[in-house]
Design a protein around this ligand. Structure first.
Ligand code: S3P
Length: 449
């Protein structure tokens, strides 16, 4: 995969972002559309599927388990002949899920009682990320899973015709949509009822899509923050077409880039604005960003809109902790906005950032320190004092979101920014460079020899 080829970005200082662009399809929805489409009864079509390495890893995994999947074509159209809940077959080899935490964590639940043994493997970064958070609840349901010492991948799932899962009532120890989805997907195969209680709202694409495929869920709000999702095992999924909106997590780089560079005025078309994903809009607006939504509509159970962002002087804030799960993937980009804001920005309650594709707190602090910003990491967040980026070379640590965030920083820097180890941008944002160039970022990508 992309780890084999080393890529460096160089972004020239200055410029601004203009025009109307459509960023690629939502990664979370793309993964789930392959999973539920494969398990459904009948043929379904996905449009706008993200052709990034992560969602393609999920697609290839289901092909390897015998599902007939056509595409994606250039427009991101995928056609799946669903095999039904019990139609998957054992793959010949371990499933290679590359860099994709979502594939591994959701598949752990979905594949824990298929009646065949299966191994889930990943690249260096994925093999060091915590997996006990998913193997623990699924093993409580009756699954048999071996992990490496320390609870990491590869995950060896043992299952035969005698494997039986039993529904549980599980309270998430952290606000994680991946863990919630893993338990719910295992619950489809469990006897009786499976319930998941989440301490704070996390992305609810699994729940929305299950309901779109005709599965009955019982969702109760317990208080202002927490809710409980329950389902009965043993049901069926009915094929249903999916139109994948653009990914707000990819849009976030352009939202930040436009907010920090004078003269910017950019519109991001058809972006998913699911309320569990719009923390980045709420936080940037609180910092003084000029963001407006138009063309709001609902497509296949997910709200979408065009988002217009114009330059505005930002100010530092204490980021409300209730926004953290709603912006969990956007903090690398938001920290670039904070570095360009007047005053101090404080992020807390975000310890999950330390176990993403990289330790995103450390990666951003190290890079911003190199670029002359006064900032420090804390156990669960960052303190960033607004300043001015100098020229310099930073390391993305192979993390796509760190790479794209530092590319945007160049719009407000005194000199060029070089970013190392950028190949994994392909996991979520193929042609980031082409699209960013087309709207004004002077960035180039070079294969290291
Ligand atoms: C995702 C959930 C989030 C997010 C990840 C995608 C998903 O992870 O960071 O990029 O599709 O469910 P956590 O559930 O670990 O917070």
């Amino acid at each position: 995969m992309s780890e084999e080829q080393s890529i460096t970005y160089t972004a020239q200082a200055g410029g601004h972002l203009t025009g109307q662009i459509r960023v690629p399809g939502d990664k979370s929805i793309s993964h789930r559309s392959i999973m539920l489409g494969s398990l459904s009864q009948g043929r379904m079509t996905i449009s706008g599927f993200l052709q990034g390495e992560d969602s393609l890893a999920t697609l290839k995994a289901f092909r390897a388990m015998g599902v007939n999947i056509d595409g994606p074509d250039e427009q991101g159209k995928v056609i799946i002949e669903g095999v039904g809940m019990h139609g998957l077959s054992a793959p010949d080899e371990p499933l290679d899920l590359g860099n994709s935490g979502t594939s591994m964590r959701l598949l752990t639940g979905l594949l824990s009682a298929q009646g065949f043994d299966i191994t889930l493997a990943g690249d260096h970064s994925l093999s060091s990320r915590p997996m006990k958070r998913v193997t623990d609840p699924v093993m409580q349901m009756g699954a048999d899973i071996e992990t490496n010492k320390g609870g990491t991948a590869p995950l060896k799932i043992h299952s035969d015709e005698n494997t039986r899962l039993t529904g549980i009532d599980y309270t998430l120890p952290m606000a994680s949509a991946q863990v919630k989805s893993c338990v719910l997907l295992a619950g489809l195969y469990a006897q009786g009822q499976t319930c998941v209680t989440e301490p704070a709202p996390t992305r609810d694409h699994t729940e929305r899509m299950l309901q779109g495929f005709g599965y009955v869920l019982d969702i109760k709000k317990l208080d202002a923050q927490s809710s409980q999702i329950c389902l009965q095992g043993g049901g069926q999924l009915t094929a249903c077409d999916i139109d994948v909106p653009s990914d707000i997590s990819s849009a976030a780089f352009f939202m930040v880039g436009a907010s920090i560079s004078q003269g910017s005025d950019i519109t991001l078309k058809h972006v998913g604005i699911n309320p569990t994903r719009i923390g980045v809009i709420n936080i940037l607006q609180q910092m003084g960003a000029d963001i407006s939504l138009s063309n709001e509509k609902e497509i296949g159970g997910e709200p979408v809109a065009d988002i217009r962002i114009r330059y505005a002087q930002l100010k530092g804030i204490h980021i409300p902790e209730d926004q953290v799960p709603l912006a969990i993937d956007e903090f690398p980009a938001i920290s670039i906005a904070a570095a360009c804001a007047e005053g101090q920005t404080v992020l807390s309650g975000a310890e999950e950032l330390r176990v993403k594709e990289s330790d995103r707190i450390q990666a951003m602090i190290d890079g911003m320190n190199i670029l002359g910003i006064d900032c420090e990491g804390t156990k669960d967040g960052m303190i960033i004092n607004g300043g001015e980026f100098t020229s310099g070379t930073v390391d993305s640590l192979g993390d796509h979101r760190i790479a794209m965030s530092f590319a945007m920083a160049a719009l407000k820097a005194k000199g060029a920014i070089t970013i190392k180890d950028c190949a994994n941008v392909n996991t979520s944002f193929p042609d980031f460079i082409g699209l960013a160039q087309s709207c004004g970022l002077q960035v180039i990508s070079k294969v290291d020899v």
